[in-house]
Design a protein around this ligand. Sequence first.
Ligand code: SAM
Length: 325
Amino acid sequence: MQTLQDRFGRRFSYLRLSVTEVCNFRCQYCLPDGFRGDKHGFLSVDEIRRLTRAFAELGTYKLRLTGGEPTVRRDFTDILSAVAETPGIRRIAMTTNAYRLARNAAVWKAAGLNAVNVSLDALEASSFRAITGDRRFDMVMAGIDQALAVGFDAVKINTVLLRELNDDQLPVFFEFVRERPVSLRFIELMQTGDNQAYFERHHVPGSKIRDRLTADGWKPVARGPAAGPAVEYAHPDYAGQIGLIAPYAKHFCDGCNRLRVTSRGALKLCLFGSGSTDLRPLLSQDDQTEALKSHIMSALFEKPPTHLLHQGQVGDTPHLASTGG
Ligand code: SAM
């Protein structure tokens, strides 16, 4: 079996695949005015199948579907079936705002979805609306309940920590995992091309959470080989866990194990890098797999050792919906 390895010895077993740039929410740090771009021309199910096959033959076994909002695609269940049928893919996760989760969790699980990350920046309706621009708080909460009821391998919550907007709510977020077997991960707000003023106003360093967790008796948990970027903490009094994704922390990129492909078929080596490699010309026919694999392997040679986010260099990502967050 071939493996994807870069110049620094990092191995890539995890692909984050964006299936659309379109999002129906208006999160203030991402798409405050809603999605305004071209709503057409995203990878087809057949292109996604060929892409997944090539990555799987290169040792990728974990796939995350993201966007934009991946579930706005009407053929989302077909996408899941296509990737689930790919030999070598053992774990399929998605990141979603959960607006369709309550109704579809069972169908998506049957199609092959193993794990769900739900984005949830507030635990009551009015702040949820202020941050996301959307009124469907109750549907999102019902989606989380339904995801737990159908028994995915993992249900995780992503919460972007925002000064003045939700950073005074830490005890409420901790309480959320007291009885629920979910991992709630605080994500440090990241600067992107479009959100500089918002970032300066609302960024909270991850160390604030880390200090609070340590003071309250939470202990770090060992990280699995295909784990994402979160450091997870457990506490004997809580059914769930708290995680921290702190991209501004030193050595964050040392353990990088993931690559990204955009919804238009561009391989991005780093969320905060510039440039990409167009894979789409090699996705139109089934007999292009070997050429596609060579193209991916040679592109990987250019992966830099680290992003330069801490120096304010955000690369060419205007917002995370464009690349797949
Ligand atoms: N629409 C889906 C959702 O809401 O989860 C998937 C795409 S969204 C871009 C993926 C994740 O990125 C969400 O958890 C979102 O909160 C997070 N995100 C977007 N922009 C961000 C930023 N500037 N800093 C930190 N997290 C961000």
